[in-house]
Design a protein around this ligand. Structure first.
Ligand code: SF4
Length: 211
């Protein structure tokens, strides 16, 4: 159905955040993988497709996650399931030591993913999948889901109690983080935050990215 982009033992990563509640309940380690096979109009993660990335060793990333003392991980992109095999290895390694929760955002629908063995394996260790391409015209302002065609699938009971109130929120939250070598926008911005961000981008000649 689609090609795997990373070699065994390596995941291509655009960005990580160690301790944030902007993309899922509780404190999370968020991974934005590099590369996407879609071309959604209005994509807010363009630089996960065309920007810089690092080749991350899976064992080292697993240790970073375990050291971060978070409830779970959220994997976004880019398109996570292009690297389904490597991400399964990562989740498997972390879960061998700690019972973490796993939330994944994908441009593929669950029906498409179930046609692929590597993707099915990654889904087997996933608690929530948010699926489907982003369609700008269907952006209804929900806080954690980009457009109304995208669906939330509970693949386990882990977040069922908290999920309904968390994902029905319309209060969009994002942070502009100024790090030593880069400025990044994390989360799904409201229109006001997006306007500020666009102005910052126009003025910036530096390393600036959206995740
Ligand atoms: S699937 Fe996500 S990252 Fe890929 S083009 Fe669409 S919005 Fe952008």
């Amino acid at each position: 159905m689609y090609k795997r982009m990373s070699d065994d033992g390596i995941i291509l990563i655009s960005h990580t955040e160690k301790n944030t509640d902007l993309l899922g309940p509780y404190r999370r380690f968020v991974i934005w993988v590099h590369g996407c096979c879609f071309d959604c109009d209005g994509c807010l993660a363009e630089n996960t497709k065309n920007g810089v990335y690092t080749e991350k060793n899976i064992s080292e990333l697993a240790q970073e996650i375990l050291r971060s003392d978070t409830e779970g991980i959220t994997i976004s992109g880019g398109e996570p399931f292009l690297q389904a095999k490597g991400l399964f290895q990562l989740v498997f390694l972390v879960k061998s030591t700690k019972d973490i929760g796993v939330i994944i955002y994908s441009g593929f629908t669950i029906e498409e993913l179930l046609e692929d063995e590597n993707s099915k394996q990654l889904l087997s260790v996933t608690d929530i999948l948010i699926d489907g391409r982003y369609i700008k015209e269907l952006d209804d302002g929900r806080a954690y889901i980009g457009s109304s065609n995208q669906r939330l699938h509970y693949l386990s009971d882990r977040y069922k109690n908290i999920g309904e109130s968390y994902y029905s929120s319309y209060k969009r939250r994002a942070e502009i983080k100024i790090n030593p070598n880069e400025v990044v926008l994390v989360g799904v911005p409201s229109k006001n935050v997006l306007d500020v961000w666009q102005k910052l981008k126009e003025k910036s000649g530096g390393n600036i990215g959206e995740f």
